[in-house]
Design a binder for this molecule. Structure first.
Ligand code: V47
Length: 374
């Protein structure tokens, strides 16, 4: 049951430019590239939010999800040279370089499980001295120790690297990882698909075609994945909409993406000359437009780490229905100046969701309900 009287809510809309887009959404029609750009350009933020919230509630009712999870970043030594990244170093002798042992990784996972975690989310650098087997064994060892833990690990960028290291095809790499115990892929590495932007911010990273090829292949092998978009740097709104449409097209083919996560760019300690964080209006618009454009992606995540708890909470009425989770040890955004905490208590997530007027649901990685906090 929708809690919104949508006609009454939308009777207050002020921007004539988006009236036809509103009609399309209410009629369940798919939005075009031009519609997405208009939505980004509107100043009628409340109408945009109302419309996105309407779509969210049609898909997920009043549920808003969180997961008890832990991020583990096994190394920050990386052979890529992404200009926005403050986490990685190319030099393994850099004082900030680190490598975790298998024991350390297992202990981190063990602690997470003792705190109720159902998921570990593992991503890290493309270490020039590690073979594919080093990464593969990481998964086998975790699986041996924790038979029920959901292991969400390795972005498409890492999968491409493993393929280069091992001489195996993407399909063979994914199959080996799956056999070792991998359950799903995280969405990192997407950045912005536009080749123009990639040349500036991530010149040595794989392009969008390979990123989506790997995700689609993973889906065909029975692995689900999430997908992301890094915004708030040198991209245009047109490039954001184009990024969303490419994801929508891939999702039409496989249906394997569970969630879309807009990642707000954090500007510190990196080589891009941008000094400002994203602001609230842009964060909320990006969440709302994502919800409206990606009609075939079940969930939209307001990642509190990058947009802060306050905007993430408001985003739950602007199209988001997920806050990610407890995270326990966040490095990537915090090395780059994120102002949020590095971890979150479950109780706090429940409170943020309840205050937003939604029903908190502890989920597993695939959005099965673990506990509903009515
Ligand atoms: O791929 C790196 C981004 C990503 C910065 O799949 C930055 O559920 C902002 O993908 N400012 C890793 N972002 C994090 C990620 C993620 C996070 C939470 C959930 C999921 C999921 C995925 O972080 C990287 C890159 O796109 N990133 N540096 C920065 N300065």
């Amino acid at each position: 049951m929708l809690s919104i009287d949508i006609d009454r809510a939308l009777s207050l809309a002020t921007d004539k430019e988006i009236f036809p887009v509103i009609d399309k959404v209410l009629n369940g029609e798919r939005l075009s590239f031009e519609d997405g750009v208009k939505l980004f350009r509107t100043n009628d933020l409340l109408t945009l939010g109302t419309l996105a919230n309407y779509v969210t509630e049609k898909k997920n009712g009043k549920y808003a999800y969180f997961v008890i999870n832990r991020q583990i970043n096994p190394t920050n030594v990386c052979s890529l040279d992404c200009k926005f990244c403050a986490f990685a170093t190319m030099d393994k002798n850099d004082p900030k370089a680190y490598e975790m042992s298998y024991d350390e990784i297992v202990e981190k996972a063990r602690y997470a499980i003792s705190q109720g975690a159902s998921e570990v989310h593992i991503v890290g650098g493309l270490h020039p001295d590690w073979s594919f087997d080093v990464y593969l064994n990481m998964i086998s060892i975790l699986r041996k120790n924790f038979p029920n833990l959901h292991i969400k690990a390795f972005t498409a960028v890492e999968i491409d690297y493993f393929s280069k290291l091992s001489g195996l095809s993407y399909e063979e790499v994914l199959t080996k990882l799956k056999e070792a115990g991998l359950n799903s892929l995280p969405g990192g590495g997407a950045e912005i698909f536009s080749p123009r932007v990639r040349r500036i911010i991530a010149p040595t990273k794989i392009g969008w075609k390979k990123y989506l090829e790997i995700h689609k292949l993973a889906h065909k092998l029975g692995l689900h994945s999430t997908t992301t978009m890094l915004y708030g740097h040198v991209e245009t709104v047109e490039e954001r909409v184009d990024h969303m449409l490419k994801i929508r097209e891939a999702q039409d083919e496989t249906g394997g993406f569970t969630c879309f996560i807009p990642l707000a760019y954090q500007p510190e300690n990196n080589e891009l000359n941008i000094t400002d964080h994203t602001h609230g209006v842009d964060d909320l618009k990006t969440i709302a437009v994502s919800r409206l454009m990606l009609d075939n992606v079940p969930h939209i995540k307001a990642y509190w780490v990058m947009i802060g708890e306050k905007i993430a909470q408001v985003a739950l009425n602007f199209g988001a229905d997920d806050m990610d989770g407890t995270v326990m040890e966040e490095k990537i955004a915090h090395f780059a100046g994120a102002k949020s905490p590095t971890q979150q208590q479950k109780e706090k997530l429940i409170r943020l969701i309840k205050e937003a007027g939604k029903i908190p649901v502890e989920r597993d990685t695939l959005y099965n309900h673990i506990r509903v906090y009515e």
